[in-house]
Design a protein around this ligand. Structure first.
Ligand SMILES: C[S@@+](CC[C@H](N)C(=O)[O-])C[C@H]1O[C@@H](n2cnc3c(N)ncnc32)[C@H](O)[C@@H]1O
Length: 141
């Protein structure tokens, strides 16, 4: 299922898109550096939570602040019965990839999921707590 969403992209697609937008727009902040959580690692994390803490309750909202091309958001939607999975991304080109993937998810993946596994998905292109705006506060005693 996950491969259906991302199979059409090169493994480094997010990195390439991110780098190109940052270069084009002249963004130099290291806060925008790109990297991804692997699906397998994410699945392992959910398994550990299951084994050590009896799993997560049904429902709830999964939020990835700085979601890149949305990999953890789709992984979360496939691995657990969240009521909603949300991705927030500051770079517009990465957000656009999320929207493309959302189309694939909606048309090719969601219809094959059980009722209980069909979390609502939502992506937004926005800035979550601009670290530069926050900087003066960090310097306060
Ligand atoms: C290390 S990547 C992680 C991508 C994704 N979570 C994953 O694991 O596949 C961090 C992402 O956060 C975004 N980002 C950084 N600061 C942000 C902010 N304040 N608001 C929204 N997105 C932000 C960057 O553009 C980048 O795409």
């Amino acid at each position: 299922m996950y491969h259906k969403i991302y199979g059409a992209y090169a493994p480094d697609h997010g990195k390439v898109v991110s780098r190109s937008e940052r270069k084009r727009e002249g963004y130099i902040s290291s806060a925008l550096t790109y990297g991804e959580v692997l699906f397998e690692t994410f699945a392992e994390l959910f398994k550990v939570v299951e084994e050590r803490h009896g799993g997560m309750p049904e429902g709830g909202v999964f939020v990835d602040v700085g979601c890149g091309i949305g990999k953890p958001v789709f992984a979360a939607a496939l691995l657990h019965n969240f009521r909603k999975c949300v991705g927030i991304e500051i770079l517009e080109d990465l957000y656009k990839v999320c929207i493309e993937c959302m189309k694939t998810y909606t048309h090719e993946v969601k219809p094959h999921l059980g009722e209980e596994k069909s979390s609502g998905l939502q992506f937004s292109v926005s800035l979550f707590l601009d670290p530069f705006d926050m900087a003066p506060f960090w310097r306060l005693p």
